[in-house]
Design a protein around this ligand. Structure first.
Ligand code: SAM
Length: 215
């Protein structure tokens, strides 16, 4: 109950709401597809972070690359709102936050070949057998990543969970991706990355490309 009260406090305060409104993609039911050009009112390569958490990585990356567009996707409402407040306060014109499930976005809503890079850092591992269905990485999701990536564009992934890394890498392999590097830009820079690094935990990362289309 106290968590619900704490969460609802994030949605109050005129300055917070105005900051978030500058970047939040509306979730009023009007979006069956997401058209990147309409979101940003300009044409530029689009990088997408799925499960972006508080946005530590994507906010810094968007600030460093004003020539690119960025979409940060986060399922948890309170966390998405916190990220939107931080991003809105940073005054970034090239970053939008969508509070939604990454799976329909990738599987259905983004146009073919519309994404110049995906970043997926420390996706929830759902370690219990009966919860495995909640994991992001499944064959349909990997196929969606492949469909929406531009020719030669990278998919960056990192996790601290060894057996989930194995499952992710093999799901991506089966979908036609090859791991060409064992590093990823956000594997050191997200909120969870910094926490895990401080704890000395091993991180399994990779830059993946569709076989035969390495950029
Ligand atoms: C372990 S956290 C990692 C957050 C961030 N990537 C980082 O490294 O600091 C996983 C995040 O993914 C979000 N998430 C889980 N399932 C999701 C889904 N289906 N779509 C979008 N976000 C999701 C969670 O709410 C959580 O914020």
């Amino acid at each position: 109950m106290s968590r619900i009260r704490k969460g609802s406090r994030v949605w109050t305060g005129a300055e917070r709401l105005a900051a978030a409104a500058r970047v939040m993609v509306p979730n009023d039911g009007g979006y069956f597809t997401i058209e990147p050009r309409a979101l940003f009112a300009r044409e530029a390569p689009l990088e997408v972070e799925l499960g972006a958490g508080r946005g530590d990585f994507i906010i810094a990356r968007a600030a460093a690359h004003p020539e690119r567009n960025f979409l940060a996707v986060e399922l948890a409402g309170t966390i998405a709102q916190l990220m939107a407040i931080r991003a809105g306060r940073a005054g970034l014109e090239n970053l939008r936050v969508a509070r939604m499930d990454a799976r329909p976005l990738v599987n259905l809503m983004l146009p073919d070949a519309s994404v110049a890079a995906y970043h997926i850092y420390f996706p929830d591992p759902w370690p219990k057998e009966r919860h495995v269905k909640h994991r992001l990485f499944a064959p349909a999701f990997a196929a969606g990543l492949r469909r929406t990536l531009r020719l030669g564009a990278p998919l960056y992934v990192a996790t601290d969970v060894a057996d989930y890394a194995e499952a992710i890498f093999s799901t991506l392999g089966a979908a036609g991706f090859v791991r060409v590097d064992s590093t990823a830009p956000g594997a050191e820079l997200t909120g969870f990355a910094m926490k895990f690094r401080a704890q000395g935990r091993a991180v399994h990362a990779g830059a993946f490309y569709v076989a035969g289309c390495i950029g």
